[in-house]
Design a protein around this ligand. Sequence first.
Ligand code: NAD
Length: 350
Amino acid sequence: MNLNLALLKGDGIGPEIVDSAIAVLDKICAKYNHTVKYNEYLAGGCAIDATGIPLPEETLKGCLESDSVLLGAVGGPKWDTLPGHLRPEKALLGVRKALGLYANIRPATLYPALSERCPLRSAKAFDIVIIRELTGGIYFGKSGREDAGEMGEAAFDTEYYTVKEIERIGRVGFETAIKRNKKLTSIDKANVLESSRLWRETMHKLAAEYPDVDYSDMLVDNAAMQLIRDPGQFDVIVTSNMFGDILSDEASQLTGSIGMLPSASLGEGTRGMYEPIHGSAPDIAGKGVANPLATILSVAMMLRYSFNLEAEAKEIENAVETALNNGHLTRDIGGELGTAAITEEILKLI
Ligand code: NAD
């Protein structure tokens, strides 16, 4: 297979972790006889420095012409005082919008070797994937301010979902469940919100098309509690934009390691954007100590979701888990290894 990738290394530790992930991807492609072509573009702070804007036209065009996009991270104190529309993060929103990426997929995995880093006393290893709707809901519904008479100024935001929006994210949930352990939990607030009742109705209709999937609904307040009580009960979760935003951060903290968590943003076709969930870590940039595993695991997600290369994806994930089991750890997860050394360990295991 030929893979044509756009690379947005970005700022801070971005270039270091993307270089490490490329080394792993090169090795896996050589082993399985794939060819991979990289086109590098500026995005974020580095693009602001070079061109005055966070997402140059050439970058957007490059992403649209690619099979998939691999991003490091953007931002840093140097650009913090810029006005909103010129901030590095605008690059991410711009790429997501242009590529129509409506599904955000965030695994939260607690590896046995890292179970002591989980803030829960009794946590066992778990492996959850949270699928968050990314382009609808209350973050995009009608909002505004008005005069509420005697009560003074008021503000409102509207949770708004169409059946089509729910169906397409719901399908991502069911299809992901089928590729994993055939278990899906849809999270809503159907006891209070009309939008959630439509969400639930639509999900139930979809569930009839996927009789092999063990499907259930859960109210969001209960889900927040159940994630702390027993995270291992979940496998795939699908939910709306705001609930997904909050629950995926909650779940990621249970893994105790921001440097380990990958993510994917997907749309209608196979093209996606893959990135670690952490930021550009300016405090450790250029020191060679960043943990590249979140970016390496993002490459595994890319192979699985955009190229349907399951064996290749699994081999990378197994290499990461074996390296951890062998005690090869970077500083953020209690070890001593730098970026180059942990990358070497992963390469040896492929
Ligand atoms: P951050 O995730 O960059 O860093 C938080 C802490 O975690 C820091 O101590 C950092 O050293 C550590 N850390 C993060 N990733 C690590 C890794 N791979 N290995 C080892 N340690 C790691 O969050 P922040 O400090 O709040 O933000 C820094 C900058 O990143 C800001 O400009 C912010 O806007 C930006 N940011 C970008 C993205 C993105 O590009 N998607 C996401 C979040 C934050």
